[in-house]
Design a protein around this ligand. Structure first.
Ligand code: RIB
Length: 308
């Protein structure tokens, strides 16, 4: 029997070509490396996998090309226990692809070719109506057409499903739609793009979180990599620090954080507690290479957590 869905996601599935390089390339530079991985990724698919591995019942809406890579991405979701009935093959379009460079500090740059992800439609979301009736939470990123993303947010809001928006990449989202978001999660770079406020310190990040919250989102998180995260709620402003780890690859760490926050918010009912879990789950993910290959399951997280 199908399990009831806790979390519904809409968004990207990509094949990630990850090159481990001595330094991130600058304009006009060619870099060679002998170390490369081809792994399953895409922000939405990564978030779906991370939440499922932590114990959530997850369903995903998305599109892949009608090709071998697309079939592989969908099969990976199913293997991770995700309901992928609404991940559709799209004839005549290639599967989404990301080209990622990772330096020895684990930092990365990413270029994504949207491919089939750009073909997710309003109709795809309408066809997944039953998922919104079951889900308590929804997660969205923006590797898709903006109008489709905004439609997903409106749909979740109308159905009383709490929407967690990871506004990556940043788009100039409609302000009325932004007020329907229960939790906005962005990293420092994205927060600066949205507010125009440079972030060089915790105080800068706190000011940017306040500025984003003033736009009418219920709650805001700015992730700060190794420095943890800032959480802004109506009542408080928190800094949650991250455990120190040996980082090898930060690819998908942000996705891991978003999924862990959503999952533990759902299961504990306490967003602050959820963020305390999420910084630790994300820290564990950067100790492994790859995108979905780096995402821990609940047992791995609990074991790691005991060592802190
Ligand atoms: O957040 C990491 C993800 O961003 C990668 O898996 C890549 O595919 C891009 O979507």
């Amino acid at each position: 029997m199908d399990r009831d869905i806790d979390i519904v996601l809409c968004g990207s599935l990509n094949v990630d070509f990850i090159a481990f390089v001595e330094h991130l390339p600058v304009v006009g530079e060619t870099i060679s490396t002998r170390h490369c991985q081809i792994v399953s990724g895409g922000k939405a698919a990564n978030q779906a996998v991370a939440a499922s591995r932590l114990g959530a019942n997850v369903a995903m809406i998305g599109r892949v090309g009608d090709d071998e890579l697309g079939r592989r991405l969908k099969a990976d979701l199913v293997r991770d226990g995700i309901n992928a009935q609404h991940v559709w093959p799209t004839v005549g379009v290639e599967t989404g692809i990301s080209m990622i460079a990772v330096n020895p500090e684990g930092q990365n740059t990413i270029v994504t070719s949207l491919g089939a992800n750009a073909y997710v439609s309003l109709k795809d979301i309408d066809n997944a109506e039953s998922l919104f009736q079951q889900a308590k939470f929804a997660m969205l990123q923006m590797e898709m057409e903006q109008a489709v993303g905004e439609y997903f947010i409106r749909k979740a809001y109308e159905k009383g499903v709490r929407l967690v928006l990871n506004l990556a990449p940043v788009v100039p989202i409609d302000s009325e739609v932004l007020r329907m978001v229960a939790l906005l999660i962005v990293n420092e770079t994205e927060a600066t793009q949205l507010t125009g406020m440079p972030i060089h310190s915790l105080e800068d990040a706190e000011r940017a979180a306040e500025a984003l919250w003033m736009r009418g989102v219920e709650q805001v998180i700015i992730t700060l990599g190794a420095n943890g995260a800032i959480l802004k709620t109506a009542a408080s402003l928190y800094h949650v620090s991250s455990p120190k780890v040996q980082a090898v690859d930060s690819t998908a760490a942000g996705d891991c954080f978003v999924a862990a926050t959503t999952h533990f918010w759902k299961s504990t009912g306490d967003l602050y507690v959820a963020v305390q879990h999420a910084v630790k789950v994300a820290a564990l993910s950067v100790t492994k290479k790859g995108a979905q290959s780096s995402l821990p399951n609940l047992a791995e997280y609990l074991k790691f957590s005991k060592t802190l």
